[in-house]
Design a protein around this ligand. Structure first.
Ligand code: PLP
Length: 387
């Protein structure tokens, strides 16, 4: 049976070249990077090399990079770390209604501890209005966090414009760049951010490793208490293999990003056109142009996204209705509700995300079979009948 993977936004395969780079660090070069002996020092060197590669990719300094266990930890670290470091200064945080749960959950947790959080709305394309952020600022605001691109609908936010507002008021600015690093240019000075989260498994690196960029001088409480790794900011023995993999993955993205993005944009736009041409009453979610090169998200009226997924799965096609982290929940996506979709329409959503190994024939196979699945499901749908 054919197996086609169109869920790169959930996770990517680890590039074989990344696996090759990691391999020596499991056995031959297994030392603890905090050890003084040669075994430790060779592991430490590999970590520092990766830090250098990532820093130069982001336009940052190596000492501004903290390795973490992934996007969730980086987001939690940024939100809680700044909140606790600045709680004497203020207790107000501004974020948006479309953030990943790795941001909204620590925000909700802080609300229980007495912090106030404003969740700014977005327009029908999922774009944040910088003016809304400006209006939400109070003299107690200590942090603004707006994601670089949304993981469900792919809309890319005007980060530099929003961070400029934060900077002009002396407020720290964080962005969750988990979906953009490795896929579109991300430069911490151009984006003008104080903190930025990323995760290796979204750009062909291994799972369970990521990083938080923290601009020099930013006040932030340490996250994991224990040893003095990462200059005392994040204890625990380094994940050497993972960090080496992250560095190699970034190197490969640096080499391939422009070409890959161009290719994915052409495939993405073809897929959008074909699905629109072949299926009636479908709606593209997210901004038509200001979106991730690899993201397609449709709402298909009168049917359930889950049923579409199961039918695609039978044909060997892996897709998603939205965030993999909430796929077991029956609640409609908070992102789709935030862009103004009704719960019924939000339930009929389908996310297709492309990547390094997506072939033209994969997209063609999808656009051949999706209309047939929709037709079959609509034929069984009481909502479609009533129409
Ligand atoms: N932020 C965004 C935008 C994401 O898409 C994800 C993963 O789906 C995360 C955070 C969490 O990253 P991780 O899976 O590395 O914890």
């Amino acid at each position: 049976m054919k197996r086609i993977y169109l869920d790169y936004a959930a996770t990517t395969p680890t590039d074989p070249e990344v696996v090759k780079a990691m391999e020596p660090y499991f056995f031959a070069k297994f030392g603890n990077p905090s050890s003084i002996h040669a075994f430790g020092q060779e592991a430490k060197k590999a970590i520092e090399d990766s830090r250098q590669i990532l820093a130069s990719f982001l336009g940052a300094k190596p000492e501004e990079i903290i390795f973490t266990s992934g996007g969730t930890e980086s987001d939690n670290f940024a939100i809680e770390g700044v909140a606790y470091a600045l709680e004497k200064k203020g207790n107000h945080i501004i974020t948006t209604a479309i953030e990943h749960h790795a941001i909204t959950e620590p925000c909700k947790f802080l609300e229980k501890k007495g912090f106030k959080v404003t969740y700014a709305g977005v327009d029908k394309y999922g774009l944040v209005n910088p003016g809304d952020i400006r209006k939400a600022i109070t003299d107690k605001t200590i942090l603004i966090s707006v994601m670089h691109a949304n993981n469900e609908i792919g809309t890319i936010q005007p980060i530099a414009e929003i961070s400029e507002i934060a900077k002009s008021k002396g407020i720290y600015f964080h962005t969750d760049a988990v979906q953009t690093v490795g896929h579109i240019p991300v430069n911490v000075d151009e984006l003008n951010v104080d903190l930025l989260s990323l995760s290796a498994h979204k750009f062909y690196g291994p799972k369970g490793v990521g990083a938080l960029y923290i601009r020099k001088g930013t006040r932030i409480e340490r996250f994991l208490h224990g040893g003095d790794q990462e200059k005392g900011r994040r204890a625990s023995t380094h994940n050497t293999t993972g960090i080496v993999g992250l560095g190699k993955a970034i190197e490969l993205c640096q080499e391939n990003m422009d070409r890959e993005a161009k290719y994915q944009i052409s495939l993405r736009d073809r897929l959008i056109k074909e699905v629109n041409d072949k299926i009636s009453e479908v709606h593209l979610n997210g901004h038509p142009a200001i979106r991730l090169p690899n993201n397609v998200n449709f709402s298909i009226k009168y049917i359930e996204g889950e049923s579409v997924l199961l039918n695609l799965d039978i044909l060997g096609i892996a897709a998603s209705t939205g965030s993999a982290c909430t796929s077991s929940s029956l609640e409609p996506s908070h992102v789709l509700l935030a862009i103004g979709l009704s719960p019924e329409i939000a339930h009929g959503s389908l996310r297709l995300s492309l990547g390094r190994w997506t072939k033209e024939e994969d997209a063609a196979y999808l656009s051949e079979h999706l209309p047939k699945i929709v037709e079959k499901l609509r034929a069984m749908s009481p909502l479609y009948e009533k129409k």
